[in-house]
Design a protein around this ligand. Structure first.
Ligand SMILES: N[C@@H](CCC(=O)N[C@@H](CS)C(=O)NCC(=O)O)C(=O)O
Length: 239
């Protein structure tokens, strides 16, 4: 069977911005696997009724179902170990280290991105989903979207969160070394999320082309035939 990736769609079906779904898309591209992409709304999860997940991405293929972006990496490595560009994660030691990258990306860096684009994200979400998403996330933030969206605070968080990435990328082209793999995709998911929903740069009013992190972001945009660069952005699609 053709693998199927279930992913979140936005107000327009071309808007596919979920950071977790992007991890899965990039991982599939890394393996050279073409998947059918099936959209889902927050408020209509019927496409993934067949499994035990309430979130996307979900990947279904001939080997079974993987219901989380990180589990999709593991599933692809288990069932397609040497396909395309090879392993995503690597050995057990590499996986143990990757766990740190995942926690850092989701619990430190992502907060900065979310505060940078919160209102743009809400506008990019399907109108039927906005009330659900607003109330679920406001309960989590402990404040309104309008208060949470704060470019100055966001850039402060990101300036700090970007330091370890810059330190690493000053010495190697990708987080995983000479070529991109799971660590790069885990982190880049949040960059492409913000890029699709908003025109506000995470780097400030002007971007420094000599910044190793800006250079890495550009390399990531170019990967796999420029799939991230080609992704339609909210600002390109009429409201
Ligand atoms: N741990 C999951 C998180 C996935 C996740 O939170 N996905 C969001 C879309 S970006 C979702 O489906 N949320 C459903 C909901 O909040 O009801 C992963 O890494 O795959």
């Amino acid at each position: 069977m053709t693998p199927v990736l279930y992913e979140l769609r936005g107000r327009d079906d071309r808007l596919r911005f979920s950071p977790f779904c992007w991890r899965a898309r990039l991982a599939l591209a890394h393996k050279g696997i073409e998947a059918e992409l099936v959209p889902m709304l927050f408020t209509d999860k019927s496409p993934i009724d067949f499994c035990d997940s309430t979130t996307v991405p979900v990947l279904k293929d001939a080997h079974g179902v993987a219901m989380d972006s990180y589990d999709i990496f593991k599933h692809l490595d288990a069932h397609y170990p040497n396909a395309g560009n090879g392993p995503l994660i690597g050995d057990a030691q590499a996986q143990a280290r990757l766990n740190f990258v995942k926690v850092y990306a989701e619990q430190v860096m992502a907060v900065g991105f979310f505060r940078l684009v919160a209102l743009d994200l809400l506008a990019a979400i399907h109108p039927d989903d906005r009330e659900y998403f607003r109330s679920a996330r406001e309960a989590r933030f402990g404040m309104s979207f309008e208060e949470f969206h704060n470019v100055e605070i966001a850039r402060g968080i990101l300036d700090s969160a970007f330091k370890p990435l810059r330190g690493l990328l000053a010495n190697q082209p990708f987080m995983d070394g000479d070529a991109p793999a799971a660590a790069d995709y885990l982190v880049f998911g949040f960059f492409i999320w913000a890029h699709i929903v908003s025109d506000t740069s995470p780097f400030g009013e002007t971007e420094d082309a000599g910044d190793p992190l800006v250079q890495w972001r550009e390399r990531m945009m170019d990967l796999h035939d420029g799939m991230a660069r080609k992704a339609p952005r909210a600002s390109e699609i009429a409201q």
